[in-house]
Design a protein around this ligand. Structure first.
Ligand SMILES: *Cc1c(COP(=O)(O)O)cnc(C)c1O
Length: 421
């Protein structure tokens, strides 16, 4: 469920008409719903009720300070994958002991920053990383709490670009070698093994791959405890999918996911962390864009929007589907026609949808891309010297710009000219 509904024939973000925001900030823009963000966080939090747990929002999905603050104030921890994200989490007021550091390529510099600023744990992904962590922790004079990310060799059955738990993927260490690597960690002076981490991919629409992975983690917990490790925390990653096409998708709910977590690892007495990103932010955001032209082509018609692949790259990058709806609700029984919906960027890949059935639209009409809250704004670029589009947060009947659109001068002045020119 989200909070973007038609009321009196116009699309609203909570209690604010989307068209009103368009007038105020111009198009295209992203708009997020506070109520949806909080609802999704709470669903996860409640689903793990009865277990010692922390929901660590995977902030790479949408990392605006206002979004982080909204979730942090509700009690969320953060899963960060870079020094920049760590700095963002701290700037949003998240205490170090609620920040988990994931990622295959943490630099010594990033590790030092997190050790100095405070960290809940590092999810270590390789032996060389563990050696660097041990060395830097020694230099800083602390002991670094770690889990080791294991790769369970489970097929997440999702898009290849967001599948991470197969043996061919770059992530984690093969679960078959886990005991050996834990032994190595156990012998290091500035590392304390506290648990196990697993994350098998994103946009999973079936619980089975999670269940297979978590069963393997449960078995490993028992083995590692036999080996003398005090395994007391399990980080189970993120990855639960969302319905991108409302008409025909119904992925499992956080409630079902929570029940499965309890079933697979509940008996171990571990504290549990989960790292949802997409499910918290995805359906909490729209991208709103204006029709610039309706162009008749050879055998097909194009809707040319002012939003483009640089603003929302998911269709070009992952062949992703987004429902695209008119901001003014079509009258019941309005006939629809197929359009290719495209942006103005000079690439054929700048196509949001092919032969999508839409009601009649004319230049100046607004459309909204649903489910654009996750991996939307964060993956945008200024390709074609198109400004990063504004982000707006709605809360009830209030809204605020949480990232402004830069001016052309601001963009150009970020470049510097060498003295010989
Ligand atoms: C991306 C990522 C997540 C979040 O995945 P979602 O599909 O957005 O829930 C969680 N943990 C790690 C380590 C990740 O890389």
């Amino acid at each position: 469920m989200d909070h973007f509904l038609y009321r009196n024939g116009v699309l609203h973000a909570e209690d604010v008409p989307v068209a009103e925001i368009a007038v105020a900030v111009g198009t295209p823009f992203y708009v997020y719903s506070t109520a949806t963000l909080l609802r999704h966080f709470t669903l996860f939090d409640d689903a793990l009720d009865g277990m010692d747990h922390l929901v660590c929002y995977a902030m790479k999905a949408a990392s605006n300070q206002a979004i982080l603050k909204t979730l942090a104030q509700a009690g969320a921890g953060m899963d960060v994958v870079s020094g920049g994200e760590y700095a963002r989490a701290k700037a949003a007021g998240v205490p170090g002991d609620k920040i988990v550091f994931s990622g295959v390529g943490k630099t010594a510099e990033e590790i030092r920053t997190a050790l100095t600023g405070g960290i809940r744990q590092f999810n270590v992904e390789s032996e060389p990383e563990m050696e660097v962590l041990n060395r830097v922790a020694g230099e800083v004079g602390v002991v670094a709490p770690i889990t080791i990310r294991v790769n369970p060799d489970v097929d997440a059955k999702t898009h290849a670009k967001i599948s991470t738990g197969k043996s061919e993927n770059k992530f984690g260490i093969p679960i078959a070698r886990a005991r050996e690597v834990y032994a190595m960690a156990g012998a290091m002076d500035h590392i304390e093994v506290i648990g196990i981490d697993v994350h098998i991919g994103s946009q999973l629409t079936d619980l089975t791959p999670f269940e297979l992975a978590y069963q393997k983690v449960a078995e490993l917990t028992v083995q590692l405890r036999e080996d003398g490790h005090d395994i007391r925390r399990l980080d189970l990653g993120g990855g639960l999918g969302i319905p991108y096409a409302r008409s025909n998708e119904a992925p499992p709910l956080p409630t079902d996911y929570g029940a499965m977590v309890k079933r697979t690892v509940g008996h171990l007495g571990c504290e549990v962390e989960i790292e949802p990103g997409r499910l918290i932010a995805g359906n909490a955001g729209l991208m709103v864009s204006e029709v610039i032209y309706v162009k008749s082509g050879e055998g097909r018609d194009f809707l040319i929007l002012d939003g483009a692949m640089n603003d929302l790259i998911r269709p070009a990058m992952y062949e992703a589907h987004h429902d695209i709806v008119p901001v003014v609700e079509p009258a019941p029984g309005t006939e629809q026609a197929p359009y290719d919906i495209v942006g103005p960027v000079c690439e054929s890949g700048d196509t949001f949808a092919k032969q999508r059935m839409m009601p009649p639209l004319v230049a100046g009409d607004l459309v909204a891309f649903r489910s654009a809250g996750a991996y939307g704004a964060v993956m945008s670029s200024e390709y074609n010297t198109r400004p990063l589009i504004p982000e707006v947060l709605v809360n009830g009947d209030q809204y605020a710009v949480i990232r402004a659109r830069p001016t052309f001068d601001e963009m150009i002045n970020r470049d510097t000219i060498p003295e010989w020119l």
